[in-house]
Design a protein around this ligand. Structure first.
Ligand SMILES: [Zn+2]
Length: 179
């Protein structure tokens, strides 16, 4: 029976579509009556059906992911790429709020993206910047009350950024920060 059904699925679907098109009003009225004969039961059935369908869909998605790990990785990579600047900004905002208890400026993700893309060489060590080694540096460090604004950031390589830590560069006058 099951076999027969799966073999003739298309046929059956076409037939029932045809029937429905011809008897639309009847079908609807009957369904409506059936529903109101026992609405509770119908709603319960409906919930069951949806739950079963949903768990089936979830399972199918999980299996697809298992079968296509490289597609999943590619999708994740693209997602991360697309949201990189947004994430960066959120990270800064979190850090600032944690340290200062208030927000201290903001830079739009597109402005950060522009800065990052325009930076070709690290201003400190002169190495070539790539998407892997570039990082946003706060000239006057956030930990010392520096603001997260376009005037207080520059793009340096990661190793220079971590080396600098929280030292304030001497050549930068304090009065030039803010926003
Ligand atoms: Zn550097």
């Amino acid at each position: 029976m099951y076999r027969w059904r799966s073999k003739h699925r298309e046929e059956m679907a076409a037939k029932s579509r045809e029937y429905y098109a011809k008897h639309r009003e009847d079908v609807r009225r009957r369904a409506y009556c059936r529903y109101w004969e026992n609405p509770e039961e119908h709603r319960a059935q409906r919930r069951k059906y949806v739950a079963r369908w949903r768990s089936k869909a979830v399972k199918a998605a999980q299996e697809w992911k298992k079968r296509n790990p490289e597609k999943v990785a590619e999708h994740r990579r693209k997602y991360r790429e697309k949201h990189r600047e947004q994430r960066l900004e959120e990270q800064y905002q979190r850090r600032i709020r944690k340290r200062l208890g208030v927000s201290a400026g903001s830079i739009s993700p597109s402005a950060i993206a522009q800065l990052l893309n325009a930076a070709k060489r690290c201003p400190d060590c002169k190495c070539i910047l790539t998407s892997d080694n570039r990082s946003v540096d706060h000239i006057y460090p956030l930990s010392r009350g520096g603001l997260h604004t376009l005037f207080n950031v520059r793009i340096v390589c990661r190793s220079c950024n971590s080396r600098k830590h929280t030292n304030i560069p001497e050549q930068v006058p304090l009065g030039s920060f803010g926003g």
